[in-house]
Design a protein. Structure first.
Length: 331
């Protein structure tokens, strides 16, 4: 090789090294400055649902804190399959997150070939909230208590129906557990949106449902639905006059829900931990805690990313047992 050729080769090598160094520096700067662009939070549920509420409240806080836009992307349908699949397919860069609940696990258990893997496709970021569920009935039904409703329904096999937010949704499983454990033979009527559910219940064409307190709080206070019980061991401070299902002698019908933020599997650990810390900071603010509590939910800032992942794994096993015992299938 001539002197000139060697000089050119060395010059090219230097240019490549400088380019690679600049690229690494830019990547490091980009990582250090996360987030540098908008973040999207996918919600596999309809507007007005508990998960939609949590995502919007939390998103507003993060948007102000990061000074970057936080977009809430509601993707309802198929009991959560559509939105949950999008979370699984998203890029693992911290700019697409999911606000998930029990539906992510339930759908994977109800279907032979779900379009995503319940836990393998995601990593836990933060447990956000625990949520009270409520047994609500159409206001025209001649019942005023949960035991009275159970007795009314038992002598009318196949005549009543219950609403849910889709096959495989948490409301589907909650109502199935309630109905089957208490010997109620009723027909499942899935809806895509809460508004349609409330309209049909108001008209008396749908008779009952087990829905989250954030979703039913307004129609209950307005008299469009009648709340008979909260599906928890104790009463809710939001509906203090409504008895807990356990105190009514029906503890086997209890059903709890939860929500949390996840990221696609492979998201850098540093970004996961940064997001976790910033979300926990928001969850500990009195403003956000009050917003959650008014809606019937409690913020849960005590979690860790690994702890939330373990919680989801435990829930997966619990719902697997419930689904098998209740013989719940997709229709």
């Amino acid at each position: 090789m001539t002197h000139r050729a060697r000089h050119c080769a060395m010059a090219c090598a230097c240019v490549l090294l400088l380019a690679a160094g600049a690229s690494r520096a830019q990547q490091a700067a980009s990582d250090a400055e996360y987030p540098v662009r908008a973040i999207r939070i996918i919600v596999a549920d309809s507007a007005g649902s508990a998960d939609d509420f949590f995502a919007r409240v939390l998103g507003a806080d993060l948007e102000a804190f990061y000074r970057q836009r936080v977009v809430i992307d509601s993707r309802p349908g198929a009991g959560g399959l559509i939105g949950n699949a999008r979370v699984s397919r998203a890029g693992a860069d911290g700019y697409t997150l999911g606000l998930v609940g029990v539906t992510r696990l339930i759908n994977a258990l109800l279907r032979d070939q779900p379009p995503y893997r319940a836990l393998a496709d995601i990593t836990g970021v933060a447990h956000v909230a625990s949520i009270t569920n409520v047994l609500v009935v159409a206001p025209g039904l001649p019942v005023r208590s949960a035991p009275q409703f159970v007795g009314y329904a038992r002598v009318r096999p196949g005549e009543l129906n219950y609403a849910s937010l889709g096959i495989g949704s948490a409301s589907h499983l909650a109502a199935e557990v309630f109905s089957r454990t208490l010997g109620i033979d009723a027909v499942h009527v899935p809806f895509r949106a809460l508004t349609n559910t409330f309209v049909e219940m108001g008209l008396g064409r749908v008779h009952y449902a087990v829905l989250t307190l954030p979703a039913v709080r307004a129609p209950v206070h307005e008299g469009r639905l009648r709340a008979l019980a909260v599906m928890t061991p104790g009463r809710s401070s939001v509906l203090p006059d409504i008895p807990a299902i356990a105190e009514l002698g029906l503890p086997e019908a209890q059903f709890d829900s939860w929500s949390g933020i996840v990221a696609p599997a492979g998201t850098p650990r540093r970004i996961v931990e940064q997001l976790h810390g910033d979300i926990v900071r928001a969850l500990r603010t009195s403003k956000l805690r009050k917003q959650f509590l008014v809606q019937g939910a409690e913020s849960t800032p005590e979690s860790t990313p690994d702890g939330f992942m373990r919680h989801m794994q435990e829930e997966y096993l619990r719902f697997e047992t419930l689904i098998r015992r209740s013989d719940i299938r997709t229709e």
